[in-house]
Design a protein around this ligand. Structure first.
Ligand SMILES: NC(=O)c1ccc[n+]([C@@H]2O[C@H](COP(=O)([O-])OP(=O)(O)OC[C@H]3O[C@@H](n4cnc5c(N)ncnc54)[C@H](OP(=O)(O)O)[C@@H]3O)[C@@H](O)[C@H]2O)c1
Length: 168
């Protein structure tokens, strides 16, 4: 799979390395360019911008916070303007619910797919490929997996687990 990876900090570094090891065609972008060098030495494609990372089936962002994600997604030559119709943005940063909602709406308007996929685990866990990922988004083809709410015992869909909203 062709994957663009943006944000090679403590968490992103481990995640990008795992994707490379798994054999994906990964292009890497980081604001501080030198952090991309070791991934390029491991076989990642060198690119010059976040926009270039969008020439992929999916682009993953692992950035510090709301401000960083906003600038990379909505800024000049950002993901919204660069990602092809039908391609997917997977956002793994820990961001506000409000920004996640804005991202979902903007990607839908642009004909792109958006998956909110925040992670649990420390950088060493990321490097081992053992992060716990809570993924949710519209338009996924997989059947929802249901789990029980720890509080009420009622079922939660996979897209609702992160929001803890009980259904039926
Ligand atoms: N560390 C943890 O244990 C942990 C655990 C679970 C979840 N998280 C979440 O995972 C995310 C990443 O955490 P981290 O520990 O990897 O952080 P980090 O090491 O500080 O890395 C942050 C990344 O964001 C980039 N960045 C920051 N501001 C930017 C901006 N304005 N424009 C473009 N890029 C920008 C940084 O680029 P530069 O290299 O240029 O600074 C770097 O690639 C955060 O949302 C965090 O809450 C972290």
């Amino acid at each position: 799979m062709k994957i663009g990876f943006i944000g090679l900090g403590h968490m992103g570094a481990g995640m990008a390395a795992r994707l490379l090891k798994a054999g994906h065609e990964v292009s890497v972008y980081n604001r501080t360019r030198t952090k991309a060098d070791k991934f390029i030495a491991q076989g990642a494609k060198a690119i010059a911008s976040a926009s270039d990372a969008c020439r992929s089936d999916a682009v993953i962002t692992m950035l510090a916070n709301d401000d960083a994600v906003e600038s990379i997604v909505f800024g000049k030559d950002g993901i919204i303007d660069s990602l092809p119709v039908g391609a997917t943005h997977i956002s793994s940063s820990t961001i506000s619910v409000a920004l996640s909602g804005r991202l979902a709406a903007a990607h839908a308007k642009a004909g792109q797919r958006f998956i909110a996929a925040p992670v649990f685990g420390r950088p060493d866990v990321a490097a081992e490929g053992k992060l716990f990922v809570v993924a949710g988004g519209r338009g996924t083809r997989s059947r929802p997996r249901h789990r029980s709410s720890p509080r009420s015992g009622r079922k939660l869909s996979s897209s609702q687990i992160g929001r803890r909203q009980p259904i039926s």
